[in-house]
Design a binder for this molecule. Structure first.
Ligand code: MLT
Ligand code: MN
Ligand code: ZN
Length: 297
């Protein structure tokens, strides 16, 4: 199995267009790496590829990834696209894929409905893009040699579908999913958004050859403390990395081959490879992803 992290950033990326925080300024100045928005590419054979999530930065991500370049006239190695929720940072890139290229679009019924409710996505010609509905916990062939199963993780509806102030951030259903990838020899989990860490999820993660997990925020209130926003991470559907109820502690004793944080927000000190927080997660056996990072579990 080959995995390429196309974008390591959360919504907005680093630098974010309208943000002058320390991390965004450092990324603009080239002192820390930029992070484009969230998505990965996976393949079993290196010839047929699937995208998992399609970010607003997809066009540049594809250009920067030789394995995803066309192999002939209007001939892309991308066979399928799978989206794990309806968030802008995971679906806006579908609009980049509108140029008459055949591929399968995999999602749960609920996520397909969110797309269908937005007529702009009709730009993906149904004769070219076949939409396949995936039932939770039911494996399907994502690309030749690679099966995927979707499972519910605690989350919420996309920001643009929130109604009012009180939003259930721990919905378990079809609107936020994790992906279990299986090749002949390996099992990999990709979970870019997750609000809490229930025991059943820890059980599922145990024994994976690799885990790419939600690293949006370091502390739950970091956006509030930094003056960047009014919401906690949990309110946004993301468990923090640090703290007694964070992902680092919850997964400390769970056996996993490689563990990598993805979907890292620009407010998170993990965007800085030289921060003490980055040193701490490395010492705990984690990596922080970077754009273009390739993983062969
Ligand atoms: C999230 O992951 O919380 C969303 O991508 C936020 C957003 O829509 O920008
Ligand atoms: Mn996001
Ligand atoms: Zn910023």
């Amino acid at each position: 199995m080959r995995i390429v992290i196309l974008g390591t950033g959360a919504g907005g990326g680093t630098p974010q267009w309208n943000c002058g925080c320390g991390n965004c300024d450092a990324a603009r100045a080239g002192r820390i790496p930029a992070m484009s928005q969230s998505g990965i590419a996976v393949s079993a054979d290196g010839r047929s590829w699937a995208l998992i999530n399609a970010s607003p930065d997809l066009r540049a991500q594809l250009a920067a990834t030789p394995a995803l370049h066309p192999t002939g006239l209007r001939k892309s190695p991308i066979r399928s696209v799978l989206v794990t929720n309806g968030d802008i940072d995971h679906v806006a890139g579908l609009l980049t894929l509108r140029e008459s290229q055949k591929f399968r679009l995999f999602a749960t019924r609920t996520i397909h409905d969110m797309l269908d409710d937005n007529p702009v996505f009709q730009v993906m010609n149904p004769e070219m893009v076949r939409r396949s509905t995936i039932t939770l916990d039911t494996p399907f062939e994502l690309v030749p040699g690679l099966h995927a199963a979707l499972f519910a993780v605690p989350g919420k509806v996309p920001l643009y579908l929130e109604e009012g102030e009180s939003v259930d951030t721990q919905l378990i259903g079809e609107q936020t999913v994790g992906v279990e990838l299986r090749s002949e020899r390996h099992r990999v989990l990709y979970i870019p958004g997750c609000a809490t860490m229930p025991d059943w999820l820890i059980q599922r993660i145990g024994g994976a050859d690799a885990l790419l997990f939600d690293g949006t925020l370091w502390t739950d209130d970091e956006m509030i403390v930094a003056g960047l926003g009014k919401k906690t991470g949990r309110r946004m559907g993301h468990i923090p990395v640090s703290g007694s109820d964070g992902s680092l502690d919850a997964l400390a004793d769970v056996p996993v081959g490689r563990r990598i944080f993805v979907h890292v927000n620009n407010s998170n000190p993990l965007t800085d490879p030289f921060s003490s927080e980055t040193a701490l997660v490395r010492a705990a056996g984690w990596d922080v992803g970077h754009d273009g990072m390739e993983i062969a579990p």
